[in-house]
Design a protein. Structure first.
Length: 78
């Protein structure tokens, strides 16, 4: 006997976009537009030192840290 790898519609399972996936992609696009629209230099205080860097880089770093923290807690939920 062989395992059935296609659904009745002929598509492979797991290939359709769910509403949650679409929302994540839209939020990602909005975040990227926001980051790349804010390209000016800014001063950021990192605990003690004052650092001058492009605002988009700071926003991208905070976004990546947030994604990592979210992924960590989602992994612990399972």
């Amino acid at each position: 006997m062989t395992a059935k790898t296609t659904s009745q519609s002929g598509r492979k399972p797991g290939r359709t976009m769910t509403p949650k996936g679409i929302i994540v992609l839209v939020l990602l696009a909005v975040a990227l537009v926001f980051i790349f629209e804010n390209t000016r230099e800014t001063e950021i205080r990192l605990l003690v030192p004052l650092v001058t860097m492009p605002l988009w880089l700071a926003l991208l770093a905070v976004g990546l840290i947030g994604a990592l923290v979210g992924a960590y807690f989602m992994g612990r939920r399972r």
